[in-house]
Write a protein that binds this ligand. Structure first.
Ligand SMILES: Cc1ncc(COP(=O)(O)O)c(C=O)c1O
Length: 415
């Protein structure tokens, strides 16, 4: 994988950069940067409006991107792909659209591992509608277990199938802290078996940490919605994807009104376009969509399975080395096959911010804090953790330098 590092200009500009924070955002390859620059220098224009050549070119590129993304996650149609500004916006659109199906006493199931973006919107709507909010608990290895808790931490069910009036199941595909991979397909088939395809609860998948690294097949998974952010998969910031089943998208209302989502407006009545445009009001981040399209081409050239294999190998290598450091605790699944390339850890008696700060001074970029997963951290019994995360441009040398950095942190605090 070393060869891919050369595709990222930041590493030749800052040769000492050890970037281990891709779960936060990824670096961008030259081809993505070029595609954005090419848009601005050769066909910059708005889409779905102009009747001139460059506007037609821009529209074509954006719609080609939609098709490409649809194929990338195996949606049944490009109409199921909605451009958003990121995962957080995608979840808010879904929450807003599904609120008409939530009533007093309905149940919403999340996990204890959720990023705030897939938690706070559901908490808000649960309060508004007097719905019940449940959290699927994790065991000591960060895997979902047979405990479902209420908001006050009482174990109230032993299976999701026991929850009455279950209407929403919103889960991460991969935890941004523990790296845990959730078996969405299994959960979806359990729900389908119990409720049937038509009556099962809505299944919403936060794929922010999986889409950049794992092969995604929404039809095989059996989810109703899936969201992710382009910036974690080498595209520019400001672009995200919301996949939704066509049938459901038809039934739900958009979050934002105005501009392109309008079919006709009169003084007392407005009619709307169909999905996906219905959800895409205002001018889209065209250059970011073009950048994402180029990032998908790049990932396809490498092969998403090779990305995953590389990360398993690197995670395994890093975990073996990290486990040899006295006082270092790794959170989440023990085997690299069961997790992503994000490894959260703590060092006895050293605050994660101090670890990140000292490593930062050595140009080793890691993340420290609660990673927008405060509930998870309180379940783990810690305030914060440090996290390294890998992508295709990382190699064993990066891990070795990180391990030397950790040893240095320990030696500073020994004094
Ligand atoms: C699992 C998960 N969900 C949601 C988000 C939010 O993504 P964004 O800030 O791109 O909306 C993140 C970002 O770190 C994440 O890791």
């Amino acid at each position: 994988m070393k060869k891919y590092r050369d595709d990222f200009p930041i590493f030749s500009k800052i040769s000492s950069l050890i970037y281990l924070d891709s779960a936060s955002t990824s670096q961008k390859p030259q081809c993505v940067i070029d595609s954005v620059s090419n848009f601005y220098t050769t066909y910059n224009s708005n889409i779905h409006r102009g009747l001139y050549k460059i506007a037609e070119m821009a529209t074509l590129e954006v719609e080609k991107a939609r098709i490409k993304i649809s194929t990338f996650i195996n949606a049944s149609s490009p109409d199921e792909i909605i451009f958003t500004h990121g995962t957080t916006e995608g979840i808010n659109i879904i929450m807003n659209g599904l609120k008409k199906f939530i009533s007093e006493g309905s149940a919403i199931l999340l996990t204890e591992m959720e990023h705030n973006s897939n938690l706070v919107p559901w908490q808000k709507i649960a309060k508004e509608k007097k719905a019940k909010l449940y959290y699927w608990a994790i065991d000591k290895n960060g895997q979902l277990c047979d405990e479902i808790k209420d908001e006050y931490n009482n174990i109230v069910f032993t299976s999701l199938l026991d929850i009455p009036l279950l209407s929403i199941v919103a889960l991460c595909h991969v935890s941004n802290v523990l790296g845990t991979i959730v078996d969405i397909k299994k959960i979806a088939s359990l729900l389908t078996e119990k409720y049937g395809d038509k009556n099962k609860p809505f299944i919403i998948v936060d794929a922010a940490q999986s889409a950049p690294h794992f092969s995604i097949n929404v039809q095989d998974m059996g989810c109703d919605f899936l969201v992710f952010s382009g910036h974690k998969m080498m595209s520019p910031t400001g672009i995200g994807i919301l996949f939704g089943k066509k049938k459901i998208l038809k039934e739900i209302d958009p979050l934002i009104y105005g501009s392109q989502m309008i079919r006709e407006v009169s003084k007392n009545l407005t009619t709307f376009t169909e999905s996906p445009q219905k959800f895409e009001s205002g001018t889209l981040p065209i250059e970011a969509i073009i950048g994402l399209s180029s990032a998908i081409d790049y990932l396809n050239r490498i092969g998403i399975k090779n990305v995953r294999m590389h990360e398993i190998e690197l995670t395994e290598y890093a975990m073996i080395k990290m486990n040899k450091i006295e006082g270092l605790t790794i959170y989440g699944p023990l085997k690299s096959n069961d997790r992503s390339g994000a490894i959260s850890f703590s060092l006895e008696n050293i605050h994660p911010h101090d670890i990140a700060q000292i490593l930062g001074d050595m140009n080793i970029c890691i993340r420290a804090g609660h990673h927008c997963a405060q509930i998870l951290h309180s379940v783990l019994g810690i305030q914060a953790s440090a996290r390294v995360s890998f992508y295709i441009y990382n190699d064993r040398d990066d891990v070795d330098l990180f391990i030397s950095g950790i040893k240095k942190v320990k030696s500073i605090f020994k004094k």
